[in-house]
Design a protein around this ligand. Structure first.
Ligand SMILES: *Cc1c(COP(=O)(O)O)cnc(C)c1O
Length: 394
């Protein structure tokens, strides 16, 4: 099985290892988008002519597919522009009040921090943070201690985009629900790599992005258990009626949160990306990425100047990404030198300033993140390039 052949951009030997930022697109997704524009494109939910009916059917079928992927009813699945918009929709849609506490973890991406800070500021709610253990995993006892009747929201990432750690939500969420806390899970780094069952997790909201799982940009999804939240965005298509005196919003339907003409083509491409993932199979994806992770971890662990962040894959469940620093080699220089050799890795703070602040890594770090199209050969190329970097910065 040569997966790389499915991805046009990878055909000339590009070693793409920045998959936690965004993933490349398989031919199947590109063709679905192109085919929709060429044959079925029209607006949805409005016209009565056959083309619009077909487009609507495709859009709603995409919603069903995304909902089914994470095991939730399609009526509770809202299309958004991505994880960031999904979290904003929840943070500003919940009616918070003065004195409410919002519990965050140092593993959060800025997308799961800033909207909460802003929502808290509006009403005088308070953002509080849990601690980490020595190996940088979440201190679950501290979370349990900080969950009280004042905790209105727990916003937590399923998989850290810096450490790759899979957080023990099965253990944490039931404690939050004991206090009637609203639980939002940021699934941007989970759904691309593993089977997620959002309803079984018991969360109130689950957000993720298409572009990190082989689909187009500009589309993502939010599972929302209770559809009575205040809509973040208002306008056409989200109303039942509008008069000069005021408007009546749609109730108990996802379109309540989808004002305006949505990203119809994006949804079609998103559905095709899910078809592609299901064709390969999560078992195959996970096993392959795990193998790449272990091989890379083991090789880097043996290099005295390389410092790896977080627990080893043997001791903690992880998704396929590794963040590290090389003594004496600034992260941006490392990424730039690798880039010149057609090896794409990330440098910086990965939209997680608080975690870098916690680790006192002001210069940032380097991150290598895998997708299932990466090969052992990619890993060898990476390791060779990192060797050369260390020679440059002797
Ligand atoms: C990428 C990412 C986001 C933001 O996703 P967008 O698609 O940019 O909205 C949020 N959380 C995590 C953990 C991420 O990796």
């Amino acid at each position: 099985m040569n997966i790389k052949e499915d991805f046009p951009i990878l055909k000339d030997g590009l070693v793409y290892l920045d998959n936690a930022a965004t993933t490349q697109k398989p031919r199947m997704v590109i063709d679905a988008v192109k085919g929709f524009y060429e044959e079925d494109y029209a607006t949805i939910h409005r016209g009565l002519y056959p083309l619009s009916v077909t487009a609507t059917r495709h859009y709603e079928a995409a919603r069903e597919k995304v909902a089914e992927l994470i095991g939730v009813p399609s009526n509770n699945l809202i299309f958004t522009s991505g994880t960031t918009e999904a979290i904003n929709l929840v943070a500003h849609g919940l009616v918070l009040k003065k004195g409410d506490e919002i519990l965050l973890t140092p593993h959060e991406h800025h997308s799961n921090i800033v909207p909460w800070q802003e929502a808290a500021k509006k009403v005088g709610a308070k953002v509080i943070w849990c601690k980490l253990n020595g190996d940088l995993t979440l201190d679950v006892d501290d979370i349990k201690k900080k969950l009280t009747k004042k905790t209105r929201v727990l916003a937590i990432t399923h998989v850290s985009n810096v450490l790759g750690t899979i957080n023990p939500l099965e253990e944490i969420i039931p404690h939050a629900k004991e206090h009637d806390t609203f639980v939002l899970v940021d699934g941007a780094q989970a759904v691309p790599h593993m089977r997620v069952h959002a309803r079984r997790l018991g969360c109130d909201a689950y957000a993720f992005s298409s572009h990190k799982m082989y689909g187009p940009t500009g589309i993502g999804a939010l599972f929302l258990k209770d559809l009575s939240l205040v809509p973040l965005c208002t306008g056409g298509d989200m109303i039942d009626d509008v008069t000069q005196e005021g408007s009546v919003f749609a109730e108990n339907e996802p379109r309540r949160f989808e004002a305006g003409t949505p990203n119809i083509t994006g949804a079609i491409g998103f559905a095709a990306a899910i078809d592609y993932i299901e064709k390969i199979g999560y078992d195959v994806i996970h096993a392959h990425e795990e193998q790449l992770l272990r091989k890379t971890w083991k090789a880097l662990e043996e290099q005295p100047r390389v410092h790896l962040l977080g627990p080893a894959p043997e001791t903690h469940r992880r998704a396929g990404l590794i963040t590290f620093t090389i003594e004496g080699a600034p992260p941006h220089d490392v990424a730039e030198i690798l880039g010149r050799q057609n090896v794409c890795i990330r440098a910086g703070k990965h939209c997680a300033h608080p975690l870098h602040q916690y680790l006192k890594l002001d210069e940032g770090t380097n991150r290598v993140s895998f997708a299932f199209y990466n090969s052992e050969e990619d890993v060898n190329t990476l390791l060779g390039a990192l060797q050369k970097v260390q020679e440059v910065f002797k």
